[in-house]
Design a protein around this ligand. Structure first.
Ligand SMILES: [Zn+2]
Length: 155
């Protein structure tokens, strides 16, 4: 299942990407563009905007009621299939697919030295090149998603 989040749901988009879901998000596009992309790329619209819901073509949009990230995730709980084989590690910044960095020398100079020497499990975004590592921040967010949803998410 693919999604597109409206401008008010940037945080939710990031958290879903971190869980492996394909979520398009552009902070500065109009309702009409959201609907157009949703249709072209067969994405389900996630929105906080009741006006967008009433627009023509927004038929399958899902209204997110809460302002809070944990409640938003709970609202979506039944739509999210964490066992979907299509789930992939995704770039929180751009939604690109992450690729495993086989040779850690590749990321030397791209991450802070203390990260290079203390962490492993580097991945790199195939679209924007951003480098990720399994640091504490990443773990905390995954823990929170897991607690919020009460479902197992593989590391
Ligand atoms: Zn990226």
């Amino acid at each position: 299942m693919k999604f597109i989040a409206d401008a008010m749901l940037g945080r939710l988009a990031k958290w879903l990407r971190l869980s492996g879901f394909d979520v398009a998000y552009y902070p500065d596009i109009s309702d009409r563009q959201v609907i157009k992309i949703a249709r072209e790329e067969e994405r389900t619209i996630l929105t906080r905007d009741t006006r967008l819901l009433k627009c023509k073509g927004a038929g399958n949009a899902v209204f997110i009621q809460s302002d809070h990230i944990s409640e938003q995730l709970c609202e979506m709980k039944n739509m999210l299939d964490f066992n979907d084989p299509e789930l992939a590690e995704r770039c929180v910044a751009c939604n690109g697919r992450l690729q495993k960095v086989e040779d850690r020398d590749e990321v030397k100079g791209l991450v802070p030295d203390h990260v290079y020497y203390n962490y492993g499990g580097f991945t790199r975004c195939g679209s924007c090149g951003k480098v990720y590592w399994k640091g504490s921040h990443y773990k905390n967010i995954r823990e929170r998603i897991r607690e919020t949803l009460g479902k197992g998410i593989e590391d």
